[in-house]
Each structure stands twice: as structure tokens, then as C-alpha cells.
Write a protein that binds this ligand. Structure first.
Ligand code: AMP
Length: 473
């Protein structure tokens, strides 16, 4: 979901979505959604929301902050029904306005729709202009509302089965959606499958989630990933699948494996932990560095550090302690705050690193803020040498498809070579994993990958134009 900002200053977002349908009407589905959002919390800490439907009515509650801050038992008790959808939102500057919290809920001629979105549309401006031309009113500044408006219009006189594929023909970009009406739950994955979405089974009912770790949290069984271009409709008749035409090769975001997803999730057939560990192993291959200890930057780089240590034979140890009560560093909107938050979040284990030559493995360098601070931290703690190893290629381009990577001029890897980046972060040496090696770590998936942040090649035209827009409002 993308805030509608000026071109060039967009800070993209990745979020977490969840949905559940309980035909037995025995479960308190809002509780299940709450626990699932808890498990997906790493995908967004800005706001959380749940909407429930009972066949007649749709109720919802949303708020700023973590799921545990937004909901309590009393609030959850008011959310009764047999279908629920939920959302956790990840955003940066300008995005903290609670009006942008999801699920978005709208009443239209045919009833009520609630929608939760993970991803980012690239033709939002064109779509919004066309909708405004025919009198649509927008109350938020997120692209999800464009989808909601399109659906409300397309559902007039047509069923979901017709409306959803029509909406999918009009929008461009990435989207994993959970949609709910009074009596139906719908899961939708964009034709390239850029953002993850999977299907689970809970008793006689079904669940949908951005990541499989949400199913584990509520005792649901993972069934399969939603296919790129697939629409899953779940109602009292069970589960129906529709497929819209998809490109020849899907393009799952590889950064889900690098950083974003939780290590215990399995996405499109690949375990996130295994992929990260393999990335660390590959990073160590052919690396001649001499060092006393390999450490990882907690938490997302720890599997890669373990892999690096195993492959290189250099002992693995802990060199940084993490304060677990601080959110992900990038959610701080301004650079000053971001630098402070690195210190709040990480501290060197002086007695472990003092006098040692350290290989420090991190999963990525984006702005360079964290890396520079922690290299400095290790030196202040007495590390003799600090060799930085990154288990992904250099991030050189912004993401337009749902991950928060900043504009090109904020990316330390854009327009600088490895030596220059190394000098900036103050390390003794620096090495990145090649794109080819990164793709080998996710080979088992059988799908294609979007590597746009590394090479600027996005699966689709990212320019927001009207060209080829298939839209009859
Ligand atoms: P920096 O050195 O400031 O570029 O920060 C690198 C750190 O940010 C790494 O530890 C990554 O785990 C983390 N990171 C990478 N991508 C993102 C993102 N989209 N949002 C938040 N943190 C990220």
C-alpha cells in the first residue's frame, strides 16, 4: 500500500494481511485475527486493524501502533462474526496519519466491502484521476482506496467473480489483498505474485495470510501459496479459485527472503531461514578474509552469519545485543531519529569483541546509517578489525512495489562502488553477495523473482501512465 506522495519522495511500504472464514461459527474469529497479526507484526508496526462480518454486518476497529497496543479483550469481544480480515501497516514519514490505517471499509450500493492490502500500485495517480473524473471521493491517501473504489463500481450488477478480475485488469503493481463482504472472504494475488499470500486450513474453515508463520500462531495448517493471478473466494459453498491470465514467469520479491519475512515462514516453497543461511554460506565461498569471530546483526542476519561461519570455519559468536522492545530501525521518519534509534536498538558486547578481528554479517545495506553506526560501535568496544559482509547485492534502486527502500539519492549503494561504501561505513573491508548467488539460495521455489532494487529491472512499467488502461467506469 502506497501513500499518494509526490514522485521521487515515495517511501514504499510492505504490510501484513490476514483473513479467516469459519463456517461453523464457533470460533471467535477476531481473536484468531489478533494472534495472526501478532505473528505478522514484523511486516508493519505503524497501525493495526481488524474487520469482521457476520453475514449481515461488517464491524471494524483500527488504531495506531502494534496489534497489542490497538486491541484489548473488550474491543475484540465487540468484533463478532464468522469472517475476519486484519492488517498491520508499515510506513514511514507522512504515513502515521491514522486515517490510513486498514482494513479500509466502505459501503456501496451492493453492501459493504472491507479491504486489506500489502503491496504498491504503480498506476495509482492515473486510476485516481479517472475515478475522480466520474465523481469518486477519496478519504485517505493510500492506493488501497483506489482498489476499493474500483471494486465498488465493478461489483454493481456483477458478482465478485466478474468484478475482481476486472479490477485486476485495471491496476498495475503489486498486491496481495484480503477482501471481505458481509458473507465472503476473498484472497487476491497479483499476476506476478510479487508479494506473498498463502492459504491455510483451520478446522472446516480457511485462512489467508501474508506469511505461513501466521498459521502456526493460530494452529492452522498451511495448505499452499495462492498462485500468482489467483482469486480465492471463500463462502458458504466452500472455496473457489479463479485465475486471471498471468505473465510467463512470476516475480516474487526476493527481498522477502533477504530481510522482510520472518525466518520461520515458507514462501512459494522456500524456507526463509534456509535461504538466509545459504546466502551466508555463499558469501563465505572464496572469501579470503582472516578473522577471529563471525557475528551477525540481529535478528534478520543471524542465519546468514551462521551460514558464513560454517562455510568459512571461523567461529560464530555474538557481538551485538539487541533491545527487543524497539521496532525496526527504518520506521523512524527522520535521519536524526533514525541514528538515535540504532543506538537504542543495538549495543556491542564489549567482552566478546575486544581485541578481535570481526566479520560482521548483515542482510543488506540500504542507507548505510545502521552499518556505519555499528561498525563504529564495534571499534569503540575494542574490535581490532571489522570486516562487513552483506548477504545480498548492493541496493541501488528504490522499490516501487511495496518494500520501504528510499529514493535513489538516499541509497548509499547508488552511484558508489564497494570501496566507497566501505569507506563511508568505516569498515576494514566490505563484500556483497552477487545477484546470481542470491538467486541460487531461492532456486527451490520454481518461481521467478523481482530483483528491481538490485538492478533497476522491475517486472512492469513503473511509470504512472494512462496508457493501455483497461477501464470502463
Ligand atoms: P543501513 O545500514 O542504514 O542501510 O541499514 C541496514 C539495515 O536495515 C540492515 O540491518 C537491514 O536488516 C535493515 N533493512 C533493510 N531493508 C529494510 C527496510 N526496507 N526496512 C527496514 N529495515 C531494513
Amino acid at each position: 500500500m502506497n501513500d499518494l506522495r509526490m514522485p521521487g519522495d515515495q517511501m514504499e511500504e510492505a504490510c501484513g494481511v490476514f483473513g479467516i472464514y469459519d463456517p461453523t461459527r464457533k470460533l471467535h474469529v477476531a481473536d484468531s485475527a489478533y494472534y495472526a497479526l501478532y505473528a505478522l507484526q514484523h511486516r508493519g508496526q505503524e497501525s493495526a486493524g481488524i474487520a469482521v462480518a457476520d453475514g449481515q454486518n461488517v464491524r471494524h476497529y483500527r488504531g495506531k501502533g502494534l496489534a497489542a497496543e490497538v486491541f484489548d479483550e473488550d474491543i475484540l469481544a465487540t468484533l463478532t462474526g464468522h469472517i475476519a480480515i486484519g492488517h498491520v501497516r508499515y510506513s514511514t514519514f507522512g504515513g502515521s496519519d491514522p486515517i490510513n490505517a486498514q482494513p479500509l471499509v466502505a459501503r456501496y450500493k451492493g453492501g459493504t466491502l472491507a479491504l486489506a492490502h500489502n503491496g504498491n500500485l504503480t498506476n495509482t495517480g492515473s486510476l485516481r484521476a479517472r475515478l475522480e473524473d466520474v465523481g469518486a471521493i477519496f478519504q485517505t491517501n493510500v492506493d488501497t482506496e483506489v482498489i476499493l473504489n474500483l471494486l465498488a463500481r465493478m461489483c454493481r450488477g456483477a458478482g465478485m467473480e466478474e468484478a475482481v478480475p476486472r479490477m485486476m485488469r485495471a491496476v498495475r503493481g503489486s498486491y496481495a489483498l484480503v477482501l471481505m463482504s458481509e458473507g465472503r472472504l476473498v484472497g487476491i494475488r497479483d499476476p506476478y505474485g510479487i508479494r506473498p499470500l498463502c492459504l491455510g486450513r483451520l478446522g472446516q474453515g480457511y485462512a489467508l495470510a501474508s506469511e505461513s508463520c501466521a498459521f502456526d500462531a493460530i494452529g492452522a495448517e498451511f495448505v499452499r501459496d495462492v498462485y500468482p493471478g489467483e482469486v480465492l473466494i471463500i463462502d458458504e459453498d466452500g472455496l473457489h479459485s479463479l485465475r486471471v491470465p498471468t505473465p510467463l514467469e512470476s516475480r516474487l520479491c526476493v527481498f522477502e527472503f533477504v530481510y522482510f519475512a520472518r525466518t520461520d515462514s515458507v514462501i512459494d516453497g522456500v524456507g526463509v531461514y534456509a535461504a538466509r543461511k545459504a546466502a551466508g554460506q555463499r558469501l563465505a565461498m572464496g572469501d579470503q578474509v582472516r578473522a577471529d569471530m563471525v557475528i551477525g546483526v540481529p535478528d534478520s542476519a543471524l542465519p546468514a552469519a551462521i551460514g558464513y561461519a560454517e562455510q568459512s570455519g571461523i567461529p560464530y559468536g555474538e557481538g551485538l545485543a539487541k533491545n527487543r522492545y524497539v521496532g525496526r530501525t527504518f520506521i523512524q521518519p527522520e535521519q536524526g531519529m533514525r541514528e538515535n534509534s540504532v543506538r537504542t536498538k543495538l549495543n556491542a558486547l564489549t567482552r566478546n569483541v575486544h581485541g578481535k578481528r570481526i566479520v560482521m554479517v548483515d542482510d543488506s545495506i540500504v542507507r548505510g546509517t545502521t552499518s556505519r553506526k555499528i561498525v563504529d560501535m564495534l571499534r569503540l568496544a575494542g574490535a581490532r578489525e571489522v570486516h562487513m559482509r552483506i548477504s545480498s547485492p548492493t541496493v541501488m534502486y528504490p522499490c516501487h512495489l511495496g518494500i520501504d527502500t528510499p529514493s535513489t539519492d538516499e541509497l548509499i549503494g547508488s552511484g558508489r562502488n564497494v570501496e566507497e561504501i566501505c569507506t563511508y561505513i568505516g569498515a576494514d573491508s566490505l563484500r556483497f553477495l552477487s545477484q546470481c548467488d542470491l538467486l541460487r539460495t531461492v532456486e527451490g521455489s520454481g518461481c521467478g523473482f523481482c530483483t528491481g532494487c538490485f538492478n533497476g529491472k522491475y517486472p512492469m512499467d513503473i511509470a504512472d501512465t494512462d496508457e493501455g488502461l483497461d477501464l470502463d467506469l
